[in-house]
Design a binder for this molecule. Structure first.
Ligand code: ACO
Length: 325
């Protein structure tokens, strides 16, 4: 028996920042951003809208859909690279916020792939012990981790959170069909973010440039498309699945140009791919669970559907998962 998604939820900061507003901050234009990324706007956190706050709101909605109380949750994981504090984890803050008193809680640092890694882990926990009830959350406030003078990065990202309640189901035909995950730390310097500057003068990092995202955009683009294509093809082969039988693809919402490239390579029709990047930008670990929640609540996914996920992020980390809904 494996894990089944029993409920989904998502939460976004109140404030919407359009491309036009970004024109006032950096040397960019609405036309450039739309043409290169397809992004029109993003939600940006205001005071009090921390990563764990958004994560908690998303979790409560997912629990409500699952008809489950927070106190029933055994394990709570938050995928994030923009935790409120380095310690405690965002997961511990969420536990406190929602009252998941029974759960053990920890964060996953796998950038944009974090939610998929989390789903995979949840499935393995449930295969080992079918009584487990698990909350998997992807949540970010990357607006606090951007160099707002760097037009190469600050136009791409947004804040938000998405969550899924995973539990066992009597219907063994449902749940995780397979997953295919990878990492390559040798390419770390194409996309990274330092932590705070060291307090120990003996271990200062020589090239420390601030705790914000640094990126070689063109290189990341090439690696992202190729890696996601390979992960998807590998997963289909591994599980003996024909892409034609996949009902819906929910990819990491890096940007529309990356997704168009991926769709071309996989010969995927637009109708099968859920895209909301134009409204939210790249919300890193939160992007897949936000998209999944929208697709789920809009009736785009029905029981028995084959849903394919793929992601790519800093590390590098990447992968694909296939779920029978
Ligand atoms: N506004 C206006 N001009 C800009 C901006 C901007 N915001 N940013 C860069 N430019 C300029 C550059 O300076 C360059 O000018 P130059 O020709 O005078 O030197 C020109 O536009 C072209 O820049 P490129 O970097 O070549 O633009 P490119 O077509 O590669 O698009 C982009 C840049 C959108 C970042 C693209 O490389 C990309 O999508 N990369 C992937 C990044 C990504 O998604 N990262 C997220 C994390 S990983 C993930 O989620 C998959």
């Amino acid at each position: 028996m494996g894990g089944v998604i029993l409920g989904t939820g998502s939460a976004l900061p109140r404030r919407v920042v359009t491309n036009k507003e970004l024109e006032k901050i950096v040397d960019t234009s609405d036309e450039w951003i739309r043409a290169r990324t397809g992004i029109k706007q993003r939600h940006i956190s205001s005071e009090g809208e921390y990563t764990y706050v958004l994560a908690s709101r998303a979790a409560e909605k997912a629990l409500e859909m699952a008809g489950m109380a927070a106190a029933e949750i055994d394990l709570l994981v938050v995928a994030t690279i923009s935790s409120h504090m380095l310690m405690p984890s965002s997961a511990c803050f969420v536990q406190r916020e929602i009252g998941a008193n029974k759960a053990f809680a920890y964060d996953i640092n796998a950038a944009c792939s974090g939610f998929l890694y989390g789903l995979d882990m949840a499935d393995h926990y449930i295969r080992a012990d079918s009584s487990k009830k698990i909350l998997v959350i992807g949540a970010e406030t990357l607006s606090g981790r951007l160099n707002w003078d760097d037009r190469n990065t600050c136009i791409l990202f947004g804040d938000g959170a998405g969550a899924a309640v995973v539990g066992a189901s009597d219907n063994t035909a449902r749940g995780m069909v397979g997953s295919n995950h990878f990492s390559d730390g040798s390419l770390w310097n194409l996309l990274y973010m330092h932590t705070a500057e060291s307090c120990n003068s003996e271990i200062k990092v020589e090239d420390w440039c601030g705790a914000h995202i640094v990126m070689e955009g063109k290189e990341v683009f090439k690696h992202a498309v190729k890696a996601m294509e390979d992960a998807v093809r590998g997963l289909l082969a591994k599980t003996g699945t024909d892409l034609a039988d996949v009902t819906m693809v929910v990819p990491h919402q890096a940007n529309v140009r990356i997704l168009n490239n991926l769709m071309e390579r996989l010969e995927l029709s637009k109708e099968k791919v859920f895209i909301n990047a134009p409204l939210y930008g790249n919300t890193s670990a939160a992007s897949i669970p936000i998209a999944l929640d929208e697709a789920n609540r809009n009736g785009r996914i029905k029981e028995g559907d084959l849903v394919l996920f793929c992601a790519f992020g800093g590390g590098f980390t990447w992968g694909a998962s296939l779920i029978k809904w």
